[in-house]
Design a protein around this ligand. Structure first.
Ligand SMILES: [Zn+2]
Length: 322
């Protein structure tokens, strides 16, 4: 799957590598759905390829072929391991980092370089991060570590400060739509999904595949009903909790943005009622909804949180006689 906006950055960083100016530790950070994983993999291939063309890996040499089938001896990938009960761990452990560091001390088998991708690097626990810091403090020539993170700010600043930061630049709206068309997505659906996904094409495609557009309609219907008092906030909160609650909050915030963008003064509910928008209150509400999303990893009572939000949502509207 060609991704022009990813390949442009691979070619640029590949030139740094060719000139011997690439750092040993790279932080590939940014929102999910941008193409960071594809970037890290393609850059690894560019570094290990013996016959790069136009700044990209050739895709045909022995190194490229071995990478494609996952058997390149100089490429390492550190991600969640399976526990004894067969479930995936939710963090990267110190044992994994130590094994990685040991393997980086070995000679590159094909001679050029050894490349490792840590993904997701922001899921390292504190011990793992400390172990990695020791490795970064003693960089070795020809060793490249890529830390892929959706939330790079979660990484210790001591780690971040030792990394050069890279990420693909998001494509323009037209480029993203052209790419989505090349992946077989009809224009109308692609536009809706891309708007929902903040212009991030991979996220937009996952939204289409997960039927998020239908969820968006449901959220809008619910918010319309909550604004006009047609539905009780805590009953809605129960429904929201049952199916992708954080995504629903995200979609609600997107609706607020859209109301602001279009300067819509009213929100129409499916019941036929219309609620008048109080923008300052709505903006404050969107801030709270965003913070609430961040609290979902914690032990706070989520249903109560969403219920209170929906209750306050109503406060941001005043019923009009329209
Ligand atoms: Zn190649």
């Amino acid at each position: 799957m060609a991704m022009p906006w990813v390949d442009a950055e691979v070619a640029r960083v590949g030139r740094l590598f060719a000139d011997g100016r690439l750092a040993h530790a790279l932080l590939v950070g940014g929102p999910s759905g941008l193409g960071k994983r594809a970037f890290a993999e393609r850059l690894a291939q560019r570094i290990l390829c013996r016959d790069p063309r136009d700044g990209l890996a050739c895709g045909e040499c022995r190194d490229c072929r071995q990478l494609q089938v996952g058997s390149h001896p100089d490429f390492r990938r550190v991600s969640f391991e399976e526990r004894k009960d067969g479930k995936l761990r939710t963090e990267l452990t110190v044992a994994q980092i130590r094994r990685l560091s040991d393997s980086l001390n070995l000679t590159a088998q094909h001679g050029a370089a050894v490349v490792a991708v840590l993904d997701p690097a922001d899921a390292m626990n504190a011990n793992a991060a400390n172990a990695l810091l020791k490795t970064l403090e003693e960089p070795q020539p020809g060793r490249f570590l890529m830390l892929v993170a959706d939330r790079p700010e979660r990484l210790a600043i001591t780690l971040r400060s030792r990394c050069q930061r890279f990420a693909p630049r998001p494509p323009s709206r037209d480029e993203a739509l052209a790419w989505m068309a090349s992946q077989g997505h009809p224009r109308e659906t692609a536009e809706i999904a891309l708007d929902l996904a903040d212009g991030l094409p991979l996220r937009a495609i996952s939204y289409i595949e997960d039927d998020v557009i239908a969820l968006q309609k449901a959220v809008r219907r619910d918010l319309g009903n909550a604004a006009t008092g047609k539905q009780a906030p805590f009953a809605l909160a129960k429904e929201w909790m049952a199916d992708r609650p954080t995504l629903r909050l995200e979609l609600a915030v997107e609706l607020v943005r859209e109301l602001g963008r279009k300067k819509l003064a009213t929100l129409e509910a499916p019941s036929g009622l219309t609620a008048r928008v109080d923008f300052p209150k709505l903006a404050a509400w969107a801030d709270r909804a965003n913070r609430a999303r961040g609290l979902f990893g914690t032990t706070i009572r989520h249903e109560l949180l969403i219920g209170e939000l929906l209750l306050d949502w109503r406060v941001a509207f005043s019923e009009s006689a329209a």
